[in-house]
Design a protein around this ligand. Structure first.
Ligand code: UD1
Ligand code: CA
Length: 472
């Protein structure tokens, strides 16, 4: 065995926090987008957020993100995470140069893990063996065997199988290009050692860049062990360079989330036809039909059924509720036991109590509906406070907007709103009141009474329908 040039790198000398450096300075030219690559959405969240989420899942990790291209936009996108640190790399002179920029923010104690902002699917459990090796004093690389290794750095080993170096595709000989074990780019090392190595990188290569991969030779030169951990699942290491790859990763991410949902006890009628763009939290025996899209944070309690082709965004649905086909639920809190749709639309601020029914072509916005109330057909309920057991007849409209301001409609418990009524807000329907069909309500309707605003019906005896005059 070779001796250690730096006793501080000896095994068990890497206590202290895990420091994660995320490389996210590259331009992402091939995306052909105004949005920086690491902000492109995957499963509804920026690529970089996936990586940060994974890092967060590693015990005690502190993150430094290296930004460069569109640095401000990237920083702003994560402004809500004050504990996240950034450093700027400008100009971008390679992956090694990127890590150099982070060095002033890295403690010498502990280990450093380097992740890529555009490699979003890597899992914490895949990284763990790297961290263990680095904690034991080694340089650890995450590698994978690929049938199509073109473009990647290749792992060059000696006849005994020890890693000698990484050669970039553009610098590789014909023989090296035949190597199918490639560098994922992800690595871990003792912090002090990595800082030392990246400080002495050179750019005498085909791309005139400071390659992070050259730390392998520097580790060898110091007699440090270099471990290559082969990932079992190549999909985890896929990067995003263009929109084709982004689409490919989207399918993988969706498959992953569908499988997790099913493992958690959710029935998906077709796991290939669900899109989760954010966080979907389900109780037990939830059943989701095909073509549904979930955005933001959606919570479905036990026994909820979602029919085909629904869109649910930032909402909470109580136990045993049913959302029928083609409904849109956005920013609503419902249930338990509600029935929504088919073809219903709940907009932000909708609160539906137990056993409420909102049926086809009914829109609810910024309104509360009390227990057991129903608006089953073709209605608009906006800025309304509706009590319990209210029946809102077909075609009822709350006229909440006068072109300048919005006003509230109050409908008290047990009221009955006849079909095709307009409630011109601000207006109140008293407890147990009935509105006759076709009422245009402009003043409050007293409790318990029938209110109607309707021209009296008349029939004219002997009336004759006009005849067309002959044109001669
Ligand atoms: C790198 C590796 C290669 C590996 C491949 C895996 C090096 C020298 N090569 O090559 O061995 O097979 O990844 O995908 O490391 N970045 C910066 N600043 C820079 C350059 C890059 O932050 O100056 C970031 C990019 O935003 C990106 C990541 O580093 O997230 C990788 O950069 P990229 O240029 O794609 O590296 P590759 O040439 O693909
Ligand atoms: Ca790349």
């Amino acid at each position: 065995m070779t001796t250690r040039a730096h006793p501080s790198d000896a095994p068990d000398s890497q206590p202290g926090p895990l420091q994660v450096v995320v490389l996210a300075a590259g331009k992402g030219t091939r995306m052909r987008s105004r949005l920086p690559k690491v902000l492109q959405p995957l499963a509804g969240r920026p690529l970089l957020e996936h990586v940060l989420q994974t890092a967060h899942g590693l015990h005690d990790a502190r993150c430094v993100v290296v930004v460069g291209h569109e640095a401000l936009a990237v920083r702003q996108a994560f402004a809500a995470r004050p504990q996240l640190r950034f450093c700027e790399q400008s100009p971008q002179l390679g992956t090694g140069h990127a890590v150099q920029q982070a060095c002033p923010q890295l403690d010498d104690a502990g280990v450093v893990l380097v992740l890529y902002g555009d490699v979003p699917l890597v899992r914490a459990q895949t990284l763990q063996p790297l961290l263990d090796a680095a904690r034991a004093g080694a340089l650890a690389l995450l590698t994978v065997r690929l049938a199509q290794p073109a473009g990647y750095g290749r792992i060059v080993r000696d006849p005994q199988g020890r890693v000698l170096r990484i050669v970039e595709h553009k610098d590789a000989s014909a023989e090296e290009l035949r190597i199918d074990e490639v560098n994922s780019g992800i690595l871990a090392a003792p912090a002090a050692a990595l800082k030392r190595w990246v400080g002495s990188l050179r750019n005498d290569n085909a791309q005139r860049e400071y390659y992070l991969t050259d730390v392998v030779q520097l580790a060898q030169a110091e007699g440090l062990a270099v471990h290559a951990v082969q990932a079992a699942d190549a999909d985890e290491l896929l990067g995003v360079n263009d929109r084709l790859q982004l689409a490919q990763l989207e399918r993988l991410a969706q498959r992953r989330s569908a499988e997790q949902l099913m493992r958690d006890g959710v029935t998906l009628l077709d796991p290939q036809r669900i899109e989760v763009r954010g966080e979907l939290v389900c109780g037990c025996d939830v059943r989701i039909d095909v073509g549904c899209v979930f955005e933001g944070r959606v919570e479905l309690a036990d026994g909820v059924e979602v029919g085909p082709h629904c869109v649910l965004r930032n909402c909470r649905i109580g136990a045993d509720s049913r959302i029928e086909a083609f409904s849109h639920v956005d920013g609503a809190v419902c249930g338990p036991g509600v029935r929504i749709g088919p073809y219903a639309r709940l907009r932000p601020g909708s609160e539906l109590a137990r056993d409420v029914h909102v049926g086809n072509f009914t829109e609810v916005k910024n309104s509360t509906l009390g227990e057991g109330s129903k608006a089953n057909h073709l209605s608009y309920v906006g800025d309304a406070s509706v009590g319990a057991r209210v029946n809102i007849g077909a075609g009822t409209i709350t006229c909440n907007y006068d072109g300048a301001d919005k006003y509230r409609t109050v409908i008290e418990d047990d009221a009955f709103i006849g079909s095709d009524s307009q409630l011109v807000a601000p207006v109140r329907v008293g407890r147990g009141a009935t509105l006759g069909a076709g009422t245009t309500l402009t003043r409050d309707a007293p409790a318990g009474q029938l209110t109607l605003s309707r021209a009296r019906q008349q029939s004219i005896e002997g009336w004759v329908r006009p005849q067309k005059k002959s044109s001669t």
